[in-house]
Design a protein around this ligand. Structure first.
Ligand SMILES: O=P(O)(O)OC[C@H]1O[C@H](O)[C@H](O)[C@@H](O)[C@@H]1O
Length: 494
C-alpha cells in the first residue's frame, strides 16, 4: 500500500502511541484494507472505532468532535483511500487533531511498521486475531459529521427555514458523487430542503464505472453539467472519491472548477477577510492574479503544485505575520484557516451553499447566479492546455543520473534559451519550473511532483499564440533525446 500524505507538521514522536484510533475508508478501502488495519491496531492493544464508508475530511473531523457517547474525539484517524486513482491502488491517510501527518511522519511510521514486522513472529491472521487485545466498535460517524455540516449552513442562513433549499427552476441541487460518496447527499442536502432528484452515480462501486472520479476530468464535468441541464437544477456538485476535492456547476451549465473555483472561493474569503493573501498552486492563470488583486483587493501568492505545499505555505505566511485564509489548488483541493487548514471538498461546497443560503434570505427566488456573479470579471484564456512530456528513465542520455537531474537540466536549458528571445519574459516571481509570459499568454514547464514527467501548461488568447509559446519550448527541449515530445508535436501540428 502507498502511504498518502496528509496535512500537518506535528512532530513525529507525538503520534506514535495512539491510544484510541478509528479507521474509515472509501469504497475500495472497505473491500481491501479496513480489516487488516483494524487487526494491526487491536493487536497492538488499542481500541478501534470503525466508521465504514467515510470521507477524508470527516476522518480528520472525528479527532475534534466532542461526543462522549460515541467515544469521540478519537486520538488518531486513518483513512484508506487512493482518491481518484484506479480501483487497484490503495493508500492510507493519517490524522491527529493537529491535521494530517506529513512526509517525515509517514516515513517514521513506515520505519516503525517495518521494524515491528521484522521483530514479529509473522503470525497467521488467526493467530493475530487471538492475540488481539483492543476493542472494536462500529460508529455511524458520517451521520454525526453530516449533521454538523447542515448546522453550519443553517447558521449562515440565520437559522431561518431549512437553508438554501433551491426551489427555482424546479429547485434542485444535483450531485454527481462518482459512485462513492453519494449517500451523503441525503444526509446534508435533503435536510437543507434541497431537491436532489436527478443526482447520479450514487451507488458505491469501487470499479468507478461511470467516469474517473476527478473534478478536473473533462468527462466527469460533462456528466454533472448534463445532469444539471436535464434536471433544470440550480446547482451541481461533484466530488472526488474521498471528498477532499470538489467542483460545482451553475444553473446555466457553467463549470465552477479550476481557476474559476479558486476565484469564487477567493471572492467569498476576501469578503470575510479583506486584503488577505490567497495561496495557490503554480499552474493558476494570470487572469486569476488580476482578479484577486485588482477586483477583490487581495494578494495572490502563486506557489508550487501540490496541495500540501500550498497549505504549508499559507500556514508559514501566517506565522511570519502575513495573513492568509485560503490555500487552494486548481485540482479542487482547498483549505481554509477557519477549517483547521484541512483540504476539504465538502467544506468548500458548504461555503458555496452558505453564500446561496444567505442570498435567499434577501430574495427566496435567487439561484446559483449569486455564485456566478462573484466571478464576473475573471479573465479566461481561450486556449488552455496541459501537455505532459515523459522522461525515459532508461535512456542513455541520462548517463546513469536520475530523471530529476535530467528534468532540471532541461529546465535550465529552457531558461537560457528564452532569455535570448525578445518576445518572451520570465515571470519575476516563480517558485517552480520555468514560467514565461509572451504573445498575450504564458507557459510553465516544471517537474511533476511524483512522475518522470515534465508537465507543460500553456494559456493563450488564441491557438496561434499558444503555438508560438509551444514552439519556444520545443526549440529548447528537442535537444534532450530522453524526453518524449510526441504530445507537444501533436499539439503544435493540430
Ligand atoms: O505534479 P503532477 O504530476 O501534475 O501532480 C500534482 C498532483 O499530485 C498529487 O495528486 C497531489 O495530491 C496534488 O495535490 C497535485 O496537484
Amino acid at each position: 500500500m502507498a502511504a498518502a500524505q496528509g496535512s500537518s507538521d506535528v512532530s513525529s514522536s507525538a503520534k506514535v502511541d495512539f491510544l484510541k484510533l478509528q479507521n474509515g475508508s472509501d469504497i475500495r478501502g472497505v473491500a481491501v484494507g479496513g480489516v487488516e488495519v483494524t487487526l494491526g491496531i487491536t493487536t497492538a492493544g488499542h481500541d478501534v472505532l470503525q466508521f465504514g464508508l467515510a470521507s477524508t475530511p470527516a476522518m480528520f473531523n472525528s479527532t475534534l468532535t466532542e461526543d462522549e457517547i460515541n467515544h469521540l474525539p478519537v486520538d488518531g484517524a486513518i483513512m484508506i483511500t487512493a482518491s481518484h486513482l484506479p480501483y487497484n491502488r490503495n493508500g492510507l491517510k493519517f490524522f491527529t487533531s493537529a491535521g494530517g501527518l506529513n512526509k517525515a511522519d509517514i516515513k517514521d511510521i513506515l520505519e516503525h511498521a517495518s521494524r515491528i514486522y521484522e521483530d514479529s513472529s509473522h503470525g497467521s491472521t488467526q493467530e493475530l486475531e487471538q492475540a488481539s487485545k483492543g476493542e472494536v466498535s462500529n460508529v455511524d460517524y458520517m451521520s454525526i459529521y453530516a449533521s454538523d455540516l447542515v448546522k453550519a449552513v443553517r447558521k449562515s442562513a440565520g437559522n431561518k427555514g431549512r437553508g438554501p433549499g433551491p426551489r427555482r427552476r424546479g429547485g434542485a441541487v444535483i450531485g454527481d458523487a462518482p459512485a462513492r460518496q453519494g449517500y451523503k447527499l441525503d444526509k446534508v442536502l435533503k435536510p437543507l430542503g434541497a431537491i436532489t432528484t436527478g443526482s447520479q452515480f450514487l451507488e458505491p462501486d469501487g470499479m468507478f464505472p461511470n467516469h474517473i472520479p476527478n473534478p478536473e476530468d473533462k468527462t466527469a464535468m460533462k456528466a454533472i453539467t448534463q445532469a444539471v441541464a436535464d434536471n433544470k437544477a440550480d446547482l451541481g456538485i461533484i466530488f472526488d472519491t474521498d471528498v477532499d476535492r470538489s467542483a460545482a456547476v451553475d444553473s446555466s451549465g457553467r463549470e465552477l472548477n479550476r481557476n474559476r473555483l479558486i476565484a469564487l472561493m477567493s471572492a467569498i474569503v476576501l469578503e470575510e477577510h479583506p486584503g488577505t493573501t490567497i495561496v495557490t498552486d503554480s499552474v493558476t492563470s494570470d487572469g486569476l492574479t488580476t482578479f484577486i488583486e485588482n477586483k477583490l483587493g487581495g494578494k495572490h501568492h502563486r506557489f508550487k503544485r501540490g496541495y500540501k505545499n500550498v497549505i504549508d505555505e499559507a500556514i508559514r505566511l501566517n506565522t511570519i505575520g502575513e495573513e492568509s485564509h485560503l490555500a487552494m489548488e486548481t485540482s479542487g483541493h482547498g483549505a481554509l484557516k477557519e477549517n483547521h487548514w484541512l483540504d476539504d471538498g465538502a467544506y468548500l461546497m458548504v461555503k458555496l451553499l452558505n453564500k446561496l443560503a444567505a442570498a435567499r434570505i434577501l430574495n427566496p427566488n435567487v439561484g446559483s447566479k449569486v455564485l456566478t456573479d462573484l466571478v464576473e470579471g475573471l479573465e479566461e484564456a481561450s486556449v488552455t492546455v496541459e501537455i505532459r512530456l515523459k522522461i525515459d528513465q532508461n535512456h542513455a542520455d541520462l548517463k546513469g543520473g536520475s530523471f530529476r537531474d535530467y528534468g532540471e537540466a532541461v529546465l535550465k536549458h529552457l531558461e537560457n534559451s528564452i532569455s535570448k528571445d525578445e518576445h518572451l519574459c520570465k515571470a519575476p516571481k516563480n517558485y517552480e519550473g520555468v514560467r514565461v509570459s509572451g504573445y498575450g499568454g504564458w507557459f510553465l514547464l516544471r517537474l511533476s511532483l511524483h512522475d518522470p514527467v515534465l508537465p507543460l501548461n500553456i494559456e493563450a488568447p488564441s491557438k496561434d499564440d499558444a503555438i508560438k509559446l509551444g514552439l519556444a519550448v520545443l526549440t529548447a527541449v528537442s535537444e534532450f533525446p530522453a524526453l518524449d515530445i510526441t504530445a507537444l508535436n501533436k499539439f503544435l501540428q493540430q
